[in-house]
Design a protein around this ligand. Structure first.
Ligand SMILES: [Zn+2]
Length: 400
């Protein structure tokens, strides 16, 4: 056996069942806003259907982005025009992922039906996630774990997966998992050893062992049913790879073992909560002290030189008006620009919006608020001595 590491090439093991390359010819085509849809004399591409994604691959070097079936025609979507002869090449990695996923879905549906009497209502096989809607009102973690365990047991038991065609009138001879409603003369059945048999037109692996692993990652309530979210085969492997990278990064940051990650995060969050509380207390005390020690000079305004958060300035102004019972006109450097917070004591009946309007007209103040509290930014101008005097004069004219 030669191992190439190239997952896009179909292994010899499958070459009796599927074609990975085909030479054919164009039969018809039509254009729409997604591209050009072609029908060929023959195809190796499986169309979207039965919850399964369509195959991808290349036709004359162009990527096949979608394959759909309408009555007896299979339409292939390309983004460029092509000419005969037509050379098709299947993306085996993507096809094989679909085969694993679809077989995994049969396994999960079979376990749910046989062990729990939960019939499958609908399935959706996404590019990575497998969604299975079950006739089941509620589910608990224990049952979920059991579904996963039984499913992986069936994977490991390496049961053959076979497709057979039977006549419609002979269907009652088979112990089908779910009733089949079809009008076709011949019906395709997929069996998993003695464990399961059901009607399906999709693509599957030859043996359950090829599914590799089934991981149930979540569930949700939907239309009085439960919808399971599963990862199958390669998709599960990629999930574990990503999970492993995250866990490695976490244990390096936390300097702990895998089993201690959750406890470490809980302790850190607790510590953070406590530090936030302490910081808030210290900040309040600092702002109150600052407010008590600041004096509005003869010009009525307090201009701070240290950077301050707007929320802190608002808190400071609240303490100021409460303790001094005088208006607070505070100018301070903010994140990017100089900012202001003006506040009046409760008893003061004047309207700060009038003051702000004047300041906006004559200087570059921009902001808003209500009668008692306004805040905003002061353009790019530095609050130098001349600026201070100008503002002070304006405040005086306004009666402050
Ligand atoms: Zn199937």
């Amino acid at each position: 056996m030669t191992i190439t590491g190239n997952l896009s090439t179909m292994p010899a093991y499958y070459q009796d069942a599927y074609l990975s390359e085909l030479t054919t010819a164009i039969r018809e085509f039509r254009k729409d806003d997604r591209g050009i849809w072609y029908v060929f004399d023959d195809t190796i591409f499986y169309p979207r259907g039965g919850g399964q994604n369509s195959d991808t691959g290349f036709i004359n070097g162009c990527r096949v982005s979608d394959v759909r079936k309408t009555s007896d025609k299979v339409w292939h979507l390309l983004d460029k025009q092509i000419v005969n002869p037509v050379q098709m090449r299947l993306d085996w990695e993507s096809r094989y992922a679909n085969m694993q996923q679809h077989t995994g879905q049969h396994i999960i549906s079979s376990v749910c039906a046989k062990q729990f009497d939960w019939q499958t209502v609908s399935v959706h096989l996404g590019r990575t996630e497998t969604l299975i809607e079950l006739e089941c009102g509620t589910i608990d973690e224990n049952s979920l774990q059991q579904v996963e365990n039984y499913s992986n047991e069936l994977v490991r038991s390496a049961e053959p997966v076979s497709a057979i065609f039977v006549k419609r009138e002979e269907l009652q001879k088979y112990n089908l998992r779910r009733e089949i409603k079809v009008t076709d003369e011949m019906v395709r059945l997929i069996s998993i050893g003695e464990a399961d048999i059901t009607g399906c037109g999709g693509t599957h692996v030859k043996n359950t062992a090829e599914v590799g692993i089934i991981k149930l990652i979540d569930y949700e309530k939907i239309r009085n049913h439960i919808r399971l979210k599963a990862l199958v085969g390669n998709a599960a492997y990629r999930y574990f790879e990503a999970l492993h990278r995250q866990v490695q990064s976490a244990i390096r940051s936390l300097s702990c073992g895998i089993e201690d990650i959750a406890d470490n995060i809980s302790s850190l969050l607790e510590e953070q909560k406590s530090l936030k509380r302490q910081l808030k207390d210290i900040k309040t005390r600092w702002l109150n002290l600052l407010s008590e020690n600041l004096q509005a000079d003869a010009d009525r305004i307090v201009i701070l030189t240290d950077r301050m958060e707007t929320a802190d300035a608002i808190q400071l102004s609240a303490h100021w008006v409460k303790t001094k019972q005088r208006p607070c006109f505070l100018i301070f450097p903010g994140e990017k620009q100089n900012q202001f917070v003006f506040r009046l004591p409760e008893k003061d009946q004047r309207d700060l919006r009038e003051v702000l309007k004047k300041l906006s007209e004559e200087f570059s103040f921009r902001g808003g608020g209500d009668k008692k509290l306004v805040q905003g930014i002061i353009g790019s101008r530095e609050p130098d001595e001349a600026f201070r005097r100008n503002i002070s004069d304006l405040l005086q004219k306004q009666g402050f």
